[in-house]
Design a binder for this molecule. Structure first.
Ligand code: ADP
Ligand code: MG
Length: 319
């Protein structure tokens, strides 16, 4: 069982940034409005994520660490959203099998918080306001071979920041604060979508991009597409979300790329942040443990609509 969970963990937890992604995901699922990410040594030494969400009832704390234990499937109706959101109850179990972990949580109305140490199973009273803190320390401490594959702290930190950025772009209604080695490195306050884009990607991005909006039946594409002059040599400013989840999808990327085919040449990469809203039964997000890939039922239509939406946005600037 230990081995099985370590193998499963290998698929979910690749580096500190994967932990950050999963824990922030959980905080958002719990309805957090403020999320703090505290890192030590690029997240390798410690990742502590604190939220002001609903909290975990004390009797459910041990359950949260079990494989396939999720509080997010309550009814048969929910199975639909399970298929689309990829809720699988794997993350905490996986992380706790490759790192030291503690859960600290307090629900509304509880007299105090409780802290559960994952390794010893010890449950003790603790202090904190409503919400949850998850502490992850010494990632891959028991698998030195995996730990050896980690890059420098600076590189791991950059990956962690990118994981937070991906969430932050999609959730301007949530405040994010990131600390590294006890120093504040980033703070994004609750803001409008446009302000959040500017805070996260820089005010220049707003100036050199155009609004995208297209709606056809249950399919909606919106966001911002960078003008040709905003193109970069690396594909590092390309954000696509499907129903609020960050994805990397070849079909969508190709749709966007083809909108730029007459204006971008060589290896220059367009910059964009696109949100695609689609009926949940038209998309399958549960195809990969990292939940980063999707499969569409009507790929051609989506490709075309994405392409036209971006083309229209870019044409605005030529008039
Ligand atoms: P999943 O998110 O797929 O349900 P996880 O392993 O990520 O699985 O989390 C297991 C369970 O732990 C969740 O279903 C939820 O009940 C609880 N949980 C984890 N993190 C939090 C959090 N920050 N706030 C409230 N509950 C949480
Ligand atoms: Mg989760």
């Amino acid at each position: 069982d230990e081995l099985i969970s370590q193998i499963a963990a290998g698929e979910v937890v690749e580096r500190p940034a994967s932990v950050v992604r999963e824990l922030v995901d959980n905080a958002l699922d719990a309805g957090a409005t403020q999320i703090q990410v505290k890192l030590m040594a690029g997240g390798v030494r410690a990742i502590v994520i604190e939220d002001d969400g609903l909290g975990i009832p004390v009797d459910e704390l041990p359950l949260a660490l079990k494989r396939h234990a999720t509080s997010k499937i309550r009814s048969l109706d929910d199975l639909e959203s399970v298929a689309t959101m990829g809720f699988r109850g794997e993350a905490l179990a996986a992380i706790s099998s490759v790192a030291e972990m503690a859960l600290l949580s307090r629900c509304e109305g509880a007299a105090h918080a409780h802290r559960l140490d994952a390794r010893s199973g010890e449950l003790a009273p603790a202090a904190r306001s409503r919400g949850t803190s998850i502490e992850v320390r010494e990632l891959f401490f028991s698998t030195p071979a995996r730990r050896k594959f980690l890059k420098t702290d600076a590189t791991e930190l950059a990956h962690c920041m990118e994981a937070v950025r991906r969430h932050a772009l999609a959730r301007p209604d949530v405040g994010f604060t990131v600390w590294h080695e006890g120093k504040l490195v980033e703070q994004w306050r609750i803001a409008s979508s446009e302000q959040r884009l500017s805070d996260v990607l820089g005010a220049e991005f707003l100036a050199v991009s155009r609004a995208v909006f297209s709606e056809r039946g249950p399919l909606r594409v919106y966001g911002r597409a960078g003008l040709p002059e905003a193109a970069r040599s690396r594909a590092d400013m390309q954000y696509v979300y499907v129903n609020g989840r960050f994805v990397r999808d070849k079909l969508i990327a190709h749709g966007i790329r083809s909108a730029y085919e007459d204006v971008l040449h060589g290896h220059r990469q367009p910059s964009y942040v696109l949100f695609i809203e689609i009926a949940p039964d038209r998309v399958d997000v549960n195809v990969h443990p990292t939940k980063i890939e999707v499969r569409f039922r009507d790929g051609r239509e989506i490709h075309q609509q994405v392409r036209y939406a971006v083309q229209d946005a870019l044409a605005l600037s030529r008039s």
